[in-house]
Design a binder for this molecule. Structure first.
Ligand code: HEC
Ligand code: HEC
Length: 216
């Protein structure tokens, strides 16, 4: 945890800003969270693994994600800062305490491995390049410069994306590209997604999905 926190000065700056904003965050209780998550399993599954739906709307893995990140997303759906027709009604059913509780619950479930679909080696190699080294000709920063050395997440600000489902990673990058996801305060992801081609989005999503997911 401590070593992950020093990954980037940018991360520290953002983290500090968010921590101040979350000063009133409630303490979550995983046991209460399990009860409140009864309606979530239809899509996110009992083990929090979600499901890859290639070309469709994938359900993200929640197991092992950072509790602060999960809570932020649920508040963003409630406030309409993040929009999704399937997810918003379920976020709206939760009060602030239940958000803290389900976040605590999912964050302590062991991280599960995502599904990347069937892609060939050349595509995976391009995906690895973008994720680990970036592409300076296209002004694309490596994903790991914010998401951490193994892209496994840094605190509550930068979610783990290694081992997440490829269909979900893809859909989020396309949503940022189209300006449909704009809940990232500094729009860091919007700026990156806008520089990515369709092929690069597919490649980086497939490669990340093939990488080990970790508990944050
Ligand atoms: C009908 C299916 C469905 C149900 C039920 C559902 N979700 Fe979701 N959830 C989704 C979809 C689809 C997304 C991705 C939304 C998007 O593309 O922005 C999502 C995204 C999320 C995210 C964001 C994850 C991330 O990595 O950013 C969180 C957190 C979440 N759901 C929590 C919950 C909780 C807690 C419940 C139960 C109270 C729940 N969901 C019920 C479909 C569902
Ligand atoms: C400059 C920092 C930065 C870089 C570089 C970066 N990201 Fe992100 N990323 C973020 C932040 C911040 C968030 C969380 C946004 C939010 O709070 O909703 C995020 C969220 C995401 C998510 C959503 C995960 C989820 O669970 O919903 C995906 C997918 C993602 N990034 C993919 C990528 C990929 C692929 C790359 C490399 C091409 C990349 N990111 C590079 C800062 C960055």
């Amino acid at each position: 945890m401590t070593s992950k926190r020093i990954v980037s000065g940018l991360g520290l700056l953002l983290g500090a800003g968010l921590a101040a904003g979350q000063a009133l965050a409630l303490e979550g209780d995983a046991e209460r969270g399990e009860a409140a998550a009864g309606t979530c399993v239809a899509c996110h599954q009992a083990d929090g693994s979600g499901m890859n739906v290639p070309g469709g709307q994938s359900w993200p893995r929640l197991a092992g994600l950072d509790a602060g990140y999960i809570a932020k997303q649920l508040h963003d759906f409630q406030a309409g800062r993040r929009q999704n027709a399937s997810m918003m009604p379920f976020a709206n059913m939760l009060d602030d305490q239940q958000i803290a509780d389900v976040a605590a619950y999912y964050s302590q479930l062991p991280a599960t491995q995502g599904d990347g679909g069937d892609v060939d080696e050349a595509v995976l190699a391009r995906g690895e390049q973008i994720a680990m080294r970036g592409d300076w000709d296209e002004y694309i920063v490596s994903c790991k410069s914010c998401h951490g050395p193994g892209n496994q997440g840094v605190g509550g600000t930068f979610p783990g994306i290694a081992g997440q489902h490829a269909g979900y990673i893809e859909s989020q990058l396309r949503a940022w590209q189209a300006g449909e996801r704009s809940n990232d305060p500094q729009n860091l992801m919007g700026a990156i997604a806008q520089r990515m081609s369709d092929e690069d989005i597919t490649a980086v999503a497939a490669w990340l999905a093939s990488q080990p997911a970790a508990d944050e």
